[in-house]
Every structure is written in C-alpha cells, then in structure tokens.
Design a binder for this molecule. Structure first.
Ligand code: MGD
Ligand code: MGD
Ligand code: SF4
Ligand code: MO
Length: 706
C-alpha cells in the first residue's frame, strides 16, 4: 500500500433507483479504483456496466476544464477559454439587464437529475433562482406522473420497501425493465423465486426482464387500464375481493366496481390483445398467491394517459388487499420516504410563473411571451437530447436573443448552443447527500479528489453568481457541509440516529422505517406531502392520506382512454403515420444521455437502429440492415432497420440516450410527442411513447419507386 493511498466513501449520483454506495481508492491525489461498497446491503459490492468505468469519465480527455465563451454560431461548438471572474461577471451583467428589461420571470432555470445529490441538484440553485424571481420549472418529465397516479389512490404514495419483494410469492413487474434500470433489485426477486415465487412481466415489449420472467403478459401499448379493470372484475366475480372492507375503508369502490364490471373479458381481450384465459390466470394468481408485489417504476408514465396507467396498478394493489402481507402491495419509487424524512431547506415558493420542463419547445418560442424567456441556465441536464420535439427545442436554443449558460462536464448537444459554458465537477470531486428512489438507504458522498482543472460544483457556481449579483436572500452563502447538516435536522423519526458524523464514519444508513412497514397497511406515520424538485409540490393533494380513493377524481373515473397519437386515436394522423414508436432505455452502458457520446460505452453496432417487426418490414419491402427513413410531422431520422422478434406488429422502437453530436444531426426525440395528459399545462410528463411515425426504405425513395 502506498503511503498516500486512501479509500473514500461515496455514492453514485446517477438518475437510477439503485443509488449504489461506492469506495474510491486515491493514490497521490489521483483516483485509481472505484468499486461498489461490499458492506452496503443493496449495493453488495457491485456497481454496473455503466459506472464500472466511471473513472474514465472523470479523467476523459474531453472533460471541460475551463469556462468557455462562444465564438461561432450557436450549435457549432466553437468556443474560447475565459476566466471564472470574467464568466461570472458577464453572466451577472447579462442576467441583470434581462431582468431589468423583462422582470425576473425572463430567466428560466432548466435542470433535472444529472446528479441526484440533494445539494448539487437543488438547494443552492433553488435559492438563487428564487432570489432572482425567476420562472419556476416544474420538473415533471420523470416520475411525477407516476407519483400522481399512485397518489390519486393513496394520497401520499409511499409504497412498500422494495427489498421486501423477497418475501413475495407473486411479483408483477408492471411496465418496468428491472434488469436494465433497477438491477440491484433483481437479487431480491431471485430470492423470492428460489422460495417458489412466480415473476410476471407486463410490458408491450419483450425486454431483457421479460425474457427472464416466468410469464410475459404483453398488452398493446397504453391499454393497461382495460387489463386492470378486467382483472378486478374477474377477482370480484370469483368472490376474491373483500368488498365490505373496501366499502368501509375507501372512497369510490362502488364506482370502480361498476367500471370494472363494464370491462368484460371479451372487451378487454379486444383492447389489450391479451386472451381471456391469461387475464383470468392473472386475476387468480393475484387473488390466490399472496404476498403479491405489484412493482412499477417510471417508463409507463410517458404516455398521454400515463397517470391513469399508474393509477390503475395502484387501484389493483388497493382492491386486492396486497399490502396486508409483508412483501406485498404497491412497490414504487421510495423518493417520498426521503421527501418526508429530510428537512425542507429550499426557499418558500414565490408567485412566479411556472413552466413545465416537458414543454421546453413552447417555452423558448413565441408561445411564451409574457415575458419571453431571454435567459436560460441549464445545469445537470441535457435538454437538446432528452426533451421531446427536439427540432422545436433546438430552434429555441438557436435564438440569437436567448442568453444561454450551460454548466456541464462535457460538450453535450446542449452545451454546443451555449453562450457561456461553465465546467463542473463530477461526483468524486464534490460533497453531497444522496437519497434514493429504489431503497431506503441515505448516503454521504465525500469528495475523493480535488476538482480537475478549474471545475467547480453547482453549489459554488450559484454561490458566486449570487455574490456577483449582490443577492442577499438567506442561505445564499451557506457552505456545502452546512446544507448537508441542515437536511438531516428535520427531527423526523425516520432520521433517528442518522447524523452527519455517523455518515462521515459509515458512509450510509437505512432510514429508521420499521421493517415491513407499508403505507397501505400501516398508515399511522405522519408524512409530509412530497416536495421539492423530486415530486409534485405544485399539485393539489386531492386524496386524504388516511383513506384510499378508488372512484372518480378531478380527471374523471378510471376508464380506458385512447391516446390521441396512437393507432386507434386520431384516424387521419394514423393513416399517414401508422406505426407506434417507443424510444426506450435499452443499452447496458447508457444512463439517459450521459454516455451516448462516449465511444467505449456504445453498443454493437455503435449507432441507433430502428427495430421493426417482420410483418411491418415485409409490407414495406425492408430487409434486415436496410437504411430507412423514419418520419412524422415533427422530424425525420435515417437509420438502419433491425428486424425484431420481440415487437408486436404496428410497434417500432428506437433506443433513447444517443447524442446528435453535430448541429444538423438529430436523435429519436426529433420524432417524439410533447403532449401532456393533463389539461393544466404545468402538470405531467411528455407522451414520449405515444408517437406515430411512418417508415420507408431509403433506397426506394432514392430510386423513385415510391
Ligand atoms: N425519448 C425518450 N426521451 C426521454 C426518456 C425516454 O425514455 N425516452 N426518458 C426521460 C427521463 S425518464 C429522464 S429522467 C430524462 C433524463 O434527462 P437528463 O437528466 O438530462 O439526462 P442525464 O443524461 O441523466 O443527465 C444530463 C446531464 O447531467 C450532467 N451532469 C452529471 N452530473 C452533473 C453534476 O454534478 N453537475 C452538473 N452541472 N451536471 C452534471 C451530465 O454530464 C449529463 O450531460 O430524459 C427523458 N427523455
Ligand atoms: N441502464 C439504465 N438504467 C436506467 C436508466 C437508463 O437510461 N439506463 N434511466 C433511469 C431513469 S431516468 C429512469 S426514469 C428509470 C426508468 O425505469 P423503468 O420505468 O423500469 O424503465 P423504462 O424503460 O423507462 O420503462 C419500463 C418499461 O415500460 C414499458 N412500457 C411503456 N409503455 C407501457 C405501457 O403502456 N404498458 C406497460 N405495461 N408497459 C409499458 C416499456 O416497454 C419499458 O420496458 O430507469 C433508470 N435506470
Ligand atoms: S447507475 Fe445505478 S446501478 Fe449503476 S452504479 Fe449508479 S446507482 Fe448503481
Ligand atoms: Mo427518468
């Protein structure tokens, strides 16, 4: 062992439910090894294929190490270095003059979960933007619609502890690709399986998880509400629902029961494409093989009626009484546990205008003019790659009158459009407190090495900007360790015994939630409404947290609704664009857009492909490997086709996570649907997966035979 070798505990910052605890070995100030913490019960010493080579990302030759000023046209990525002082003072001046002219709401912060660390993701930036009176961003692109669907039924949607699935006898992975997106849960599923549990996947696509399940139920996309109603009706007919208990303890059971009865097996079969026997079997399994864990995560929310899909599974969990048994019940994001336990140290909300991050294309266009957005500050997010309707977003980013600052580690698709790029630290260079959405462990991420080059953490960047603009709101000068300490000072009983000092010593601790506690069976713990950027602080709590709600709500009864942009929706549109496109997380070495521009993370072949069923390919004269044009009214892509056995006819997929790379290049989000399922435009995620396209072979177009 070298004299200067140290091992520093930390945790992964990625937008991933697993929040692995890690150990960084540092020799002479250089990180030489990164491994999963072997003592952490959920991590069990393993990171993942994305993050095993993370030190290559940290020391990558393309890391941004100095502030940059744009010297070419927007999008061309021509920059020259500038000093921090010059960058901070120029940003302060430009923001001040934009605010003097249009008011604070002309400034739009744009961020997501590039890092999930609580202080780097939020706190200081939230204080800064609140002090400016900037437009507020509803970060509804991921997880909030799922949150809303579950909270429609549960009030505050605390699900069961995911690790309790090991006690289940039936595990239904409903619209979640566990092996890819939540891999550290899999060992718990295997434990249950070795004790005789049956694992069922409900997913329109044959994912890698579906391939490993005991049963794959493959509904037509977006039809799960019909499936759930039919399952409830079937359980009811068989006398397997405790109707008296439901009538006494819930609101709306008679209405839900009537809606379920109207969903006959024949009708459900027609809508979902799943035969009546399979629906009957699913109902029998849920009724007769407890504990039943109904596991949902996020992906299914990316539909016009994604909230209904999540509400439907939560209703099924409630109706079946699944949460009465340890290991059963709705198993969803655990974010709400942390929102409840940790102190809220973000500033109170002002009256500012709210923009939904899913609608960035609108926000940067004439559609928003009171005042127009003239200053955009992007951090921990890559909107040019990840938002729907990419062409519209990029038109906004190209606006000469828009002053754009991007705080980044790399020259992403978004950074290319910045006026000023600020270089930022990676997780092993910054302090943070990590919550999780796939388990109940809180962890402390300690910086293992000094920041590379002139990189600074988000917190320090916003502190400097606040100083340069002479903002004097409370907390704007707090240190990082102060903010971490303050987060732990809520006094909530779930933080009992968890102090900064303990986390410095041990790295992580499980929230003091009693083992086996579940929100649906044991509702006595006082919970705060979900808050902060992680959830829907902006949405009314319609359901009292002590009573399950099964019947109609503001958005109506739980009924199957056909998405506008789907094969059975807008007929004229479906005639021109008959194929439904899903753009999924698919590659083992991608994490959203983080690694799409990194050669050694690319799959084989190293470019995105269009997956298409044999029938759809044949009817278009497309052979495996052919170059094809995929298009709709929003945009087009040229890709190679891969004929796939895992898709139903009428469905195509293009994976998400790639970078466009060049100014005139595009990714799958050039095609995707930005519509929201809620009449309130500030609420909900985009309907990425309710996108219609047409596909044509390029050769046929070129030779003029079409
Ligand atoms: N078509 C399609 N589009 C989708 C989805 C889909 O399934 N299909 N999924 C949607 C979902 S669920 C999500 S969550 C979003 C993800 O969207 P994003 O959150 O934008 O994606 P990421 O790639 O995770 O992170 C963005 C950037 O954060 C930067 N970053 C990382 N750490 C730090 C840090 O400490 N400080 C700063 N300043 N920057 C940092 C990274 O370099 C990266 O470029 O995409 C959405 N878009
Ligand atoms: N390797 C890897 N892991 C990740 C990520 C990543 O990019 N790469 N991203 C992280 C992020 S930001 C998130 S939000 C999570 C997402 O985690 P998940 O929610 O598990 O993943 P998704 O792939 O978004 O969606 C899961 C499944 O939903 C299915 N689905 C879509 N529409 C429907 C429907 O109508 N009905 C049903 N039953 N299923 C449907 C899709 O086919 C897909 O297989 O993963 C996280 N983990
Ligand atoms: S991306 Fe997820 S699975 Fe991979 S190391 Fe990070 S938290 Fe763990
Ligand atoms: Mo996400």
């Amino acid at each position: 062992m070298s004299d200067t070798e140290t091992v520093v505990r930390g945790a992964c910052h990625h937008d991933c439910p697993d929040t692995c605890a890690w150990e960084v070995t540092v020799v002479d100030g250089v990180a030489v090894n990164l491994r999963g913490d072997p003592s952490h019960p959920f991590t069990e010493g393993q990171l993942c294929p994305k993050v095993n080579p993370y030190l290559d990302r940290v020391y990558h030759p393309d890391r941004l190490l100095h502030p940059l000023r744009r010297v070419g046209p927007k999008g061309e990525a021509r920059f020259e270095p500038m000093s921090w002082d010059a960058a901070v003072s120029e940003i302060a001046t430009r923001l001040s003059s934009a605010i003097a002219r249009h008011g604070g709401e002309t400034v739009l912060p744009y961020s997501l979960d590039g890092t999930q660390g609580l202080i780097q993701k939020g706190v200081m930036a939230d204080r800064f933007f609140a002090a400016l009176g900037a437009t507020r961003l509803n970060r509804h692109i991921c997880g909030v619609t799922a949150w809303l669907g579950a909270s429609d039924v549960l009030g505050v949607p605390l699900g069961s502890d995911p690790t309790d699935v090991e006690f289940a006898r039936t595990i239904v992975l409903w619209g979640t690709n566990t092996l890819l997106t939540n891999r550290h849960l899999w060992p718990y599923i295997e434990t249950a399986r070795s004790n005789g549990a049956c694992v069922i996947v409900v997913d329109p696509v044959q994912t890698m998880t579906a391939a490993r399940a005991d049963q794959h139920v493959q509904p037509r996309p977006g039809t799960d509400v019909a499936l759930v109603l039919a399952v409830i009706a079937e359980m009811d007919r068989a006398g397997r629902i405790d109707t008296e208990h439901l009538a006494a303890t819930t609101q709306g059971w008679p209405e839900l029961r009537a809606d379920a009865q109207a969903m006959t097996l024949a009708k459900a079969e027609r809508i979902t494409g799943i035969d009546a026997d399979t629906i009957r079997e699913l109902a029998a399994r849920i009724a007769d093989a407890p504990p039943v864990a109904l596991r949902v995560l996020v992906g299914m929310e990316h539909r016009e009626f994604g909230r209904d899909l999540h509400r439907a599974v939560a209703s099924l969990a409630a109706v079946s009484g699944a949460a009465r048994h340890r290991g059963g019940g709705l198993v969803r994001s655990t974010q709400v546990y942390f929102d409840t336990a940790l102190a809220d140290i973000t500033p109170p909300e002002g009256p500012q205008r709210v923009v939904n991050m899913s609608s960035l294309g609108d926000a940067l266009s004439d559609a928003v003019d009171d005042p127009p957005v003239t200053a955009l500050l992007v951090y921990s997010c890559n909107p040019a790659a990840i938002t729907p309707d990419q062409n519209r977003v990029i038109s906004g980013l190209e606006r000469e009158d828009l002053f754009t600052v991007v705080i980044e580690q790399f020259m992403t698709d978004t950074a290319r459009y910045a006026d000023i790029v600020l270089p930022t630290t990676t997780q092993i260079e910054q302090l943070d407190l990590m919550n999780a959405w796939g388990h109940l462990y809180v962890s402390l991420n300690r910086p293992a090495i000094e920041p590379l080059g002139e990189c600074l953490p988000n917190t320090e960047i916003f502190r400097r900007l606040a100083g340069a603009m002479s903002l004097d709101a409370p907390g704007l000068a707090d240190s990082d360790s102060q903010m971490v300490r303050d987060l732990l000072l809520s006094g909530h009983r779930w933080l009992e015994g968890i102090t900064y000092e303990r986390l410095l010593r041990d790295g992580w601790a499980r929230l003091a939630v009693p083992p086996g506690w579940s929100s649906m069976s044991s509702r006595e713990v006082p919970v705060a409404p979900a808050r902060s950027s992680g959830a829907a602080r902006d949405v009314d709590h319609q359901v009292p947290s002590h009573q399950l709600q099964l019947g109609p709500l503001r958005l109506g009864p739980l009924q199957y609704r056909v998405a506008t942009e789907s094969p059975n929706g807008d007929r004229a549109l479906a005639e021109r664009y008959p194929l439904a496109l899903m753009s999924l997380k698919q590659h083992l070495r991608f994490l959203n857009s983080h690694y799409g521009g990194f050669e050694h993370h690319l799959p084989d072949p190293p470019h995105p492909q269009l997956e298409i069923s044999a029938a759809d390919a044949e009817s278009r004269g497309i052979a495996d490997g052919d170059e094809v044009r995929v298009f709709n009214d929003r945009g087009e892509l040229t890709l190679h086709a891969a004929i796939s056995q895992r898709l139903q006819t009428g469905l195509v997929t293009i994976p998400f996570g790639w970078w466009a790379g060049a100014a005139d290049a595009r990714t799958v989000n050039a095609l995707t649907n930005p519509s929201l399922g809620d009449p309130d435009p500030t609420v909900g995620s985009a309907a990425f997966h309710d996108t219609l396209v047409q596909v044509e072979p390029v050769e046929r177009i070129a030779s003029g035979t079409v």
